[in-house]
Design a protein around this ligand. Structure first.
Ligand SMILES: [Zn+2]
Length: 240
């Protein structure tokens, strides 16, 4: 996920692992000995890492690290780099310690493989966010009003209400904070909830500029409490 130099010769690196959640380790001599850790302690790199977990410390020892998968296009294409950075940064912000499971690891890997293979479209980030919400137990209910059960297509005015975890119709929306939503954007978000990244192509995540803005506001409203500080990668994407 990220790394930084530590002292003269060491490096501290945070990994998203498949089996142990998010783990931070120290690679002794990583800056001095190019031989032991060649290009393996960089973001967007999948590695097989051998760690020694220390019982009374948050910092593991990184004993060895072997390259497993590299997403080369991220370093050549600034837009892909921005998208991939967003995926990592949001995951890093939302996942604490060992609460990430294998499914989070697989999700990030599948989105990276998709981005490496396909043209980036804003919808891929919304799809990623919706899958992440499902994994953390906050999947929004979008297909019907959560109060009266009216199908979103027949509900008239539609609102997304983060507090209630999904969509409400105009009659049921009440007083708490809500974002008005169009049925066509909600339809795309429902598609994204079902998306399978390794079979997808870019066209499945394409959105008109209006739908893209709306989709971002709607999905991001579910993360609001976790995102009090803006993401650096989002500023990059806005600039692009
Ligand atoms: Zn209703």
């Amino acid at each position: 996920m990220r790394g930084r130099a530590f002292g003269e010769s060491d490096k501290i690196v945070t990994f998203l692992t498949r089996d142990l959640g998010k783990i931070t380790g120290i690679a002794k001599g990583a800056k001095r000995s190019k031989r032991r850790f060649v290009n393996v302690l960089e973001p967007f790199t999948a590695v097989d890492v051998t760690l020694r977990i220390r019982p009374h410390s948050d910092l593991a020892f990184i004993n060895a690290c072997v390259l497993a998968e590299v997403y080369y296009s991220f370093t050549k294409d600034l837009e892909k780099f921005g998208y991939a950075s967003y995926v990592l940064e949001l995951t890093d912000r939302l996942i604490r310690g060992q609460e990430a499971g294998a499914e989070t690891y697989d999700l990030v890997r599948d989105v990276f493989r998709f981005l490496d293979r396909c043209r980036p479209e804003p919808g891929i980030l919304r799809a990623f966010e919706l899958h992440l919400l499902r994994q953390t137990g906050y999947e929004p209910v979008l297909h019907e009003c959560q109060a009266c059960g009216a199908a979103y297509r027949e509900a008239g005015r539609l609102f997304v209400q983060p507090l209630h975890g999904g969509v409400r119709c105009g009659s049921c929306v009440g007083e708490s904070r809500a974002h008005e939503a169009s049925a066509d954007t909600i339809a795309r978000l429902i598609d994204f909830q079902e998306s399978v990244f390794d079979e997808a192509d870019s066209s499945q995540f394409a959105l008109s500029p209006r739908n893209a803005d709306e989709a971002r506001t709607l999905v991001r409203s579910f993360f609001a409490s976790s995102l009090t500080k803006p993401l650096a990668s989002e500023r990059l994407l806005d600039d692009l």
